[in-house]
Design a protein around this ligand. Structure first.
Ligand SMILES: Nc1ncnc2c1ncn2[C@@H]1O[C@H](COP(=O)(O)OP(=O)(O)O)[C@@H](O)[C@H]1O
Ligand SMILES: [Mg+2]
Length: 316
């Protein structure tokens, strides 16, 4: 059991993960060779453009997508592939997901109390009606909503409120690990901070661990402890948050960072956007293929020997 690393408890470990879609004749690897650990209590960011495989990784951890290679380990037990019914039940309650579009992810014809309680019907079958109602009321209060909202329908709420309902639906399961898949991308800018603040409050109070998925780096600096950057199904760089922002090494990370607005408007106007051209950067991958390596302590990168030397020079 791989429990402790860098003096931190590893909650989730992903090794050589691959997820394949399409047919046998025409397979498409949406995710390949993915490696990372998530420590208990941290917020681990996963960033990459649309279609890069972020949701696929989340859904593979949730056991929604089958994996075609690699292992996913939760609290020291493999949870991908065939597992025991007991472990399945544990994963279902302890790992929860919240989604980008609260409207699309909530069942429009169900009332809020059913939407929030839904997961408990399979994991806690024996609850009385009264107990379940109490749990729903508690969950609503936990996310800053009123218990009387329980009898309403999702369309009666604002986007921010619907996202709170989505969070309540996860919380009622008493999860330890939450995969937040672009939880604020669809929300008005003015209410994004409220949802993020709620998430960090819940994390502090309950010691939650987050996998926070986003398509750009804009808010990640404020909430993530470490960040992994994914490009076309492959993780290219992984580092502590400050490190990644201060000393990005991979050209794709540099491109993502250059797209972030700068605080100084004069600098912003004159700034040059970095365009990532994989064929130019990695021209020798055919003869000198890249490997996933720790270039300095706690800083991982996909690089071949030539690039690794260049990155080491950059760090000096
Ligand atoms: N169920 C699926 N069947 C086939 N292809 C899929 C499926 N889900 C995702 N894909 C493909 O896998 C790739 C990664 O998708 P996704 O994980 O949703 O990306 P992201 O969340 O980073 O935007 C995309 O090319 C997408 O079209
Ligand atoms: Mg997605």
């Amino acid at each position: 059991m791989e429990a402790i690393k860098n003096n931190k408890e590893v909650l989730l470990s992903v090794r050589d993960l691959e997820v394949t879609f399409g047919s046998k004749r025409n397979p498409f690897k949406a995710v390949k060779g993915v490696n990372f650990d998530i420590y208990k209590g941290e917020t681990f960011g996963l960033v990459g453009e649309s279609g890069s495989g972020k949701t696929t990784i989340g859904r593979a951890i949730m056991r929604i997508h089958p994996t075609s290679a690699g292992t996913i380990t939760y609290k020291g037990e493999r949870i991908n592939g065939k597992i025991s019914p007991e472990l399945d039940k544990k994963v279902i309650s302890e790992i929860q997901m919240i989604f980008q579009d609260p409207m699309a992810s909530l069942n429009e014809r169900a009332k809020v109390d059913y939407i929030i309680a839904e997961g408990t019907y399979s994991t806690r079958k024996n609850l009385t009606r009264k107990q379940r109602t109490e749990l729903v009321d508690e969950s609503l209060l936990d996310v800053g909503l009123l218990p009387e909202f329980a009898s309403r329908f999702p369309h009666e709420f604002s986007g921010g409120q619907r996202q709170r309902i989505g969070i309540a639906r996860a919380l009622i399961m008493e999860p330890e690990f939450i995969i937040a898949d672009e939880p604020i991308s669809a929300l008005d800018v003015s209410i994004r901070a409220q949802v993020l603040n709620l998430m960090s409050k819940l994390q502090r109070e309950r010691g939650l661990t987050y996998l926070f998925i986003a398509h750009d780096l804009s808010v990640m600096r404020f909430i993530c402890d470490r960040i992994a950057v994914i490009h076309k199904g492959v993780i290219v760089e992984l580092a502590e948050c400050e490190k990644l922002f201060e000393h990005p090494l991979h050209p794709y990370t540099k491109a993502l960072l250059s797209a972030l607005p700068l605080a100084d408007p004069d600098k912003e106007k004159g700034k040059e956007l970095i365009v990532y051209k994989p064929n130019e950067c990695h021209f020798d991958y055919e003869t000198n293929p890249p490997t996933w390596r720790e270039i300095e302590e706690k800083h991982f990168i996909l690089a071949n020997d030539r690039e690794a030397k260049q990155y080491q020079d950059e760090l000096r």
